[in-house]
Design a protein around this ligand. Sequence first.
Ligand code: GUN
Length: 288
Amino acid sequence: MTAQLLDGKSLARTIQGEIAVEVAEFIENNTTVPCLATVLVGADPASEVYVRNKRQACERVGMESRHHELSPETTEAELLELVRKLNRDAGVHGILVQLPLPKQITETRILNAVNPAKDVDCFHPENVGLLVQGRPRFLPCTPHGVQQLLLRNGIDTAGKHVVVVGRSDIVGKPLANMLVQKGAGADATVTVCHSRTRDLAAVTRTADILVAAIGRPRFITADMVRPGAVVVDVGINRTAQGLCGDVDFAAVAEVASHITPVPGGVGPLTITMLLKNTLTACREQATT
Ligand code: GUN
């Protein structure tokens, strides 16, 4: 392998250490412990692991987490009632409703009901709007993780062509929005590709930085990557052979200059940025 690994796991540990210091200072000065409420509906094994990891990370940095586990038959009205209760609870500063939700529940109705001041996922339309306008209240967790991974590894995005493959509301769209803003870790020229993009490989080969967020195992092959490009793999796919990303890691690592592993790349940073948002939310609520 010739590419340099972008180690998200160790960077996450470093940033969580920084957050832990800030949390301790905050608690000392405010006698309030930042608290994240997590909500899991149903028993999707992957979601259970994600939520457990998020709660353990809260504990590591000295924050509180309160978990709400609801049955797979939960109605939309019942979930809305819980969200409204958490909105009113002054002891809860951030609310995370783990997605996906069971099919009887319309996700947007739930996400729209979260108090924007507690919307640590940055999914509420008010927060997405602020992000697009370049005056964010919160930064969305996975895109922020990608940005930090690049910034703290000395990979400049200014003037670079970033090609994002995938147009999801969780990763592709908000990441593109962040990278076109002015400022550190941004100022990029961004192209967003998706399932209807014509000659996808021709576009991805023009990328200085290629971000794969499609949710298809090993979709990005070596011929789609320009030699020397930086490749960031946001995918986490469960296959018969185990976990893998959206990038054909072994082959692409022979072409790229830098590449993220899966697991141990973007994933740990997503969790870390959630902690950061929870502290930000708590700070804001302490002063208003
Ligand atoms: N499911 C997959 N990714 C996410 C995320 O970032 N936040 C929430 N709430 N659910 C998810």
